[in-house]
Design a protein around this ligand. Sequence first.
Ligand code: ZN
Length: 669
Amino acid sequence: MIPEEVKKKIDRLTDEINYHNYRYYMLDNPVISDFEFDKLVKELQSLEKKYPRFVREDSPSRRVGGAVSEKFGQVKHGAPMLSLENGYSREEVIEFDKKIKRFLGLKEGEKIEYECELKFDGLAIELVYKNGIFTQGSTRGDGITGEDVTANLKTINTIPLKLQKPVPYIEIRGEVLMTKKSFRELNAERLKEGLALFANPRNAASGSIRQLDPSITARRNLIMYAYGVGKLTDAGDVKTQHELMEMLKSLGINVNKEIKTVKDIEGAVKFFEDEEKNRESLPVEIDGVVIKVNDLKLQERLGEISKSPRWAIAYKFFPKQEVTSIEDIEVSVGRTGILTPVAHLKPARIGGVIVKRATLHNQDEIDKKGVNIGDSVLVERSGDVIPEVVKVMSKGPHKNPFRLPSKCPCCGSEVVIDGAFHRCMNELSCPCQIKGELVHFASKRAMDIEGLGEKIVERLVDLGLIKNIADIYYLKKGDLRDLEGFGEKSEENLFKSIEKSKNISYDRFIYALGIRHVGEFVASLLARYFGDIEGIERADIGDLTSKFGIGEEIAKSIFNFFKLNSNAEVIKRLFRAGVSPYKTQAKAGGAALGGESFIFTGSLENFTRDEAETIVKEKGGTVEKTVKKSLGYVVAGKDPGSKYEKAKKMGLKIIDEDEFKKIINYKSS
Ligand SMILES: [Zn+2]
C-alpha cells in the first residue's frame, strides 16, 4: 500500500471504531458484534504498528495505556474549578434560595428555576477537547492547577476520545467514579492478595486515576459523569444548565440520567428527599444532590464568592461516617476456618442506621490502622457494605494494635497464616467448622436428614457426641434422650431419617461432603462420569479439567479433598456404617444448547457462578463476559448488576434462575 492509502485506511478505521465505541458505551446500542469490533481493532493496531507516524491522537489504541509516566505534569485549568458551598438541612437550602433572590433583587414570592443533579462521590476531573479530539485530562488539584492524568483518563470507556462534533475548544468537567460492585470486587481481590484495602469507592477511584501505570487504571472499571463546562469557544444558543447538559450529551459525553429541572426551591428539596430514599439502590455512591440556578444568564450575574459559585449548592446527606469507640474485638471462625476480627462498637447512628459492629478484615488491616480495644475510631458505612473502621482518632489504653490469637478461639488448635488470613487448619474437628459442615451435610438438598437442624447440631457438637459427619451414623439409642426438648419420640424420628439417608444417590452424597466449590451441579457431573468415589479419587487435576470441563479452582479443590487421608477415613467410616450411595443414571449430555450464548449477573441460589458457567459449556453453549445484541440469554440472579440494566435497555432476553434450570434441564433431586 502506498502511504496515502495507509493513512486513509487508518483514518477510516479510527473513525469507525470510535463510532462503535460510542454506540456501545454511550447509546448501549451496538450495531456490530464484539467479534467484528475486535477485528477492526486488530486491523488498526497492525497498521499503526507499521506506520506509527499516522497514529491519530484519538486512536482507540491509546486507551490501552502503554506508556508509564514518571510523574504527573501540572495542568493549569482554563477557568478555576470551584468547589461548592455545602448545606445539610432544608433550612440552609431555603436560605440559599433567599440569598439569591436578595442578590438579584427579586421579591420573596418570585420563583427561581433550578436544575438538580446527583452529587457523585468520586474524583473531580477536567477534560480538554480541541477540534473534537480529547487532548488533555487533569485532576481538580487545588482548583487552579491539577495533575495531568491524560493517559489514565484515556483508559476509561465512558470518556470519548473524539466528540460527535468537532467543537473547536471545550473544557468538560466531570466526576470519575467506581461502582459499588467494582469496589467490592477490587477489595475482595486485594484482601486475597494481602494488599491494603480501599476505604471507599471514592478513594479507590482516586487511587486508580493517580496510578503511574495506565494499564492498572484500565483494569479498574471506572466511569465518568460530566456535570459542567469550563472554558469553551461557542455555546451556541444554550441558555440553561439543562440545555448545557443536553448539548454535552449530543457531543457524546456521558451525563447521568437522574437530572431534573424544577420550578422552585421546594421542587429541589423534593428531589433531594427522593434521591435520599433511592440512594442505596444506585450502582454508585452519591453523597447528596447539587442544586444549580438553571438560567445561565442569572448564573453569570450571580458570579462567585470566595471560590464558590453563588448560583449552586451541594445539599448533602447526613454523613455516613461517625466517630465512636471499640468496646471489644471478637474473633469468629467460619466454616472454612478463617479467623475474622469484628469490632464491637459503642452503638452509633451512621447515615440513619444504628451501627454496633464493624469488620476489621484481617491482621494486616488491623496493623495498618493500629486498632485495638478502647480506641476511638472513625466508622464508615457505605451502601450494603458491612460497616468498616476507617481509622483511629485517638488511642485508648493499648499502645499496640490488636493481635489475632495464635490458637483457634473455637478449638484451641494452632492457627496457621494462610496468605492474608489466619486459618484454623483443624478442618475435621474444629467445632466452629464442623457445625457448618454438619448442617450442610444434613440439609434437604444433601443427605436430607430431617430433624438434624442447626440447633440440634450445635448441642450434639457441644456435648462431644459428634465430631464429624460420619459420627451421625454412630449415634446410639438413648444418646439424644437427655438433650433439652428431645423426647423418645423425636429421637426415634431422627434415627428413622438418619437410616433413610443411607440410601441416597451419588450426586447428593458427593454434594453433601461439602467439598469447597462443589455445588449440586458439579457433584452430579462427578457422579455421572465417575460412577463412584473410587473413580474420583483416582482422577487428577488434568482429568477433571480437560475431560469434564470443570474449572481449575474447582478441580484443585476436589483433588485436594480426596488426597487428604483424614477425609478418606471419614468416607470409609460412612460406608462402614451402611451409607451406600447408588449410581446415577448417565444422562444424554452433549450439545443440547447448540451454541446458545449466556451471560450471568447477580447471585444464583442453586449454583455458584463457576458451576453455572460449567453447565453451559458442558452442554455446548458459550458464556459471554459483556452484554451485546447477539446474546441468547441473560440469566439474572439475586441483586443483578449493571449488566442487567444494560440488557434491559437493549431489550435482550432476560431469564431468572428457574427458567435457566428449565433450559439446561436440571433436576434438583
Ligand atoms: Zn478451630
